[in-house]
Write a protein that binds this ligand. Structure first.
Ligand code: PMP
Length: 456
């Protein structure tokens, strides 16, 4: 079996480098953080919330929105433009033949709604479709969860980070991790407590040991950020057993789990581990989904699902930044989802997963041919990435950033994905868009580069 250990270490966790407490952590609310959830009010998440987020008040103007449509209400209050002056009448789009072809129409009344200012957490019929999808796909153990649509999952994810993490706070994070999250988290000034991942995903033993050995309960991390399926960059997924253990550990140490899962529908096997959201008996999971990989990345549609008090706080942030996600994108997505229904949507996601599985197989064929003795990798079970360990190379950064680009191969050097800086032999390759012939040529060039770098 082609296995490389994804060689992240706990090394960067240095208890003696613990920060002094933030004002929030030292607050009385927070002193309860070290206890489990048994005695707390399940709707009270104040011990997790950063002061800046706690200070957010609802926008006075946004609060008028639901009142405007009350029967008999004469609105002189809102700042809605008059839709009579919008030039668009109807929206009709044409589907590709391989998804059945034909046209989908967004009727004038719906389009008018989509073109107007709309609720911050999403257009109601779209939100309700998503909620019903979440129920049937994940069967969470509680019903009062909420959904907030964002401008891609990146939008709601970064708002969540901002809500939960401040300067000096410790974050439990996989190493390697999604570079787009790191780019947001680093300037926040939080400290990364790295957890190793391997072919079966995040290692629960390391999580348990880290929390058990933490020297001071008052500074113990409160948040775990994980990409549990088709990890970006590792391509590996956390197994069902591990997820169950990780959830139990999170429960024991009162940790919120941020389940960033944009590759959920890009799983190649039909047997799927339960999501953390499915396991969430004590309401400590915020789950992030995305339409980017299955409908379109440019639509910028993602959503967060989880306990209503947390989701509404994310929406409060969006009130002051986005106002709301694009109505036109939401209506475009909703029109198709409504036409297809849940089964049609799930059928589509199977087609997408099958496509990426074929791409992965083409990549592995080229890798087997070109990278023997040059690299090792774990076969990805979802997503669009392969995490290659270059053999005989201790630091891939110059090779990949400079020499490979000169040779016209684009890859991402592994150091970019580590929360704490280090040299690494790893490199991330994507099998998403290149043709079979281009994958073969690219890996041939990579093999030549590695051989040259090793001195012949
Ligand atoms: N999380 C992960 C792990 C990702 O790989 C990506 C996209 N590259 C995102 C979040 C952001 O996705 P979206 O397009 O929904 O913002």
């Amino acid at each position: 079996m082609r296995v490389s250990s994804v060689s992240a270490k706990l090394s960067a966790f240095r208890p003696n480098a613990l920060r002094t407490l933030s004002p929030f952590v030292s607050s009385p609310l927070c002193s309860r953080m070290s206890h489990g959830l048994s005695s707390r009010d399940p709707s009270d998440y104040t011990r997790f919330i950063q002061p800046r987020s706690a200070a957010r008040q609802p926008s006075a103007i946004r609060a008028l929105l639901p009142l405007m449509s009350l029967p008999g209400m004469i609105s002189l209050g809102g700042g809605n433009p008059n839709a009579e002056m919008f030039p668009f009448k109807e929206l009709t789009f044409t589907l590709k033949e391989d998804v059945g072809g034909g046209q989908v129409n967004v009727p004038a009344a719906q389009l008018e709604k989509a073109l107007q200012y709309s609720p911050t957490n999403g257009i109601p019929e779209f939100v309700s479709w998503l909620k019903s999808l979440q129920s049937s796909v994940h069967a969470p153990p509680y019903e009062t969860y909420d959904v907030c649509v964002g401008n891609g999952s990146q939008d709601v994810l970064t708002k969540t980070f901002e809500m939960l993490l401040g300067e000096g706070d410790h974050l439990l994070i996989e190493a390697p991790a999604y570079v787009g999250s790191l780019a947001f988290l680093k300037p926040l000034g939080c400290k990364f407590v790295e957890l190793p991942v391997d072919a079966a995903g995040l290692n629960p033993d390391a999580l348990e040991q880290t929390l058990r050995d933490w020297p001071d309960p008052a500074t113990r991390p409160k948040v775990l950020y994980t990409v549990p399926v088709g990890g970006n960059p590792t391509g590996t997924s956390t197994s069902a057993d591990r997820k169950r253990r990780i959830y139990e550990i999170a429960s024991k140490y009162d940790i919120l789990i941020l389940e960033d899962d944009p590759y959920y529908y890009l799983q190649f096997s039909s047997s799927r581990a339960p999501t953390y959201f499915h396991l969430d008996k004590d309401q400590r999971v915020l789950r992030f989904d995305s339409l980017s990989k299955i409908f379109s990345a440019g639509m910028r549609i993602g959503w967060v699902t989880g306990p209503a008090p947390l989701v509404s706080r994310i929406a409060l942030h969006a009130q002051t930044t986005l106002l709301h996600p694009s109505g036109v994108s939401q209506m475009l997505a909703f029109a198709l989802l409504d036409k297809w229904g849940k089964d049609g949507f799930l059928e589509h996601t199977k087609r997408v997963a099958g496509f990426y599985e074929t791409k992965r197989d083409a990549f592995l064929k080229a890798a087997d041919k070109r990278l023997k003795g040059v690299a090792e990798w774990v076969v990805p079970d979802a997503g669009m990435f392969v995490w290659l360990k270059l053999l005989g190379i201790s630091d891939s950064s110059d090779l990949i950033r400079n020499k490979a680009r000169d040779k016209k191969v684009l890859l991402v050097p592994g150091f970019e994905f580590f929360p704490n800086p280090r040299k690494t032999p790893y490199v991330r390759a994507s099998f998403s868009t290149a043709s079979e012939a281009d994958m073969d040529e690219a890996l041939k060039r990579l093999a030549e580069l590695v051989t040259e770098a090793r001195g012949g």
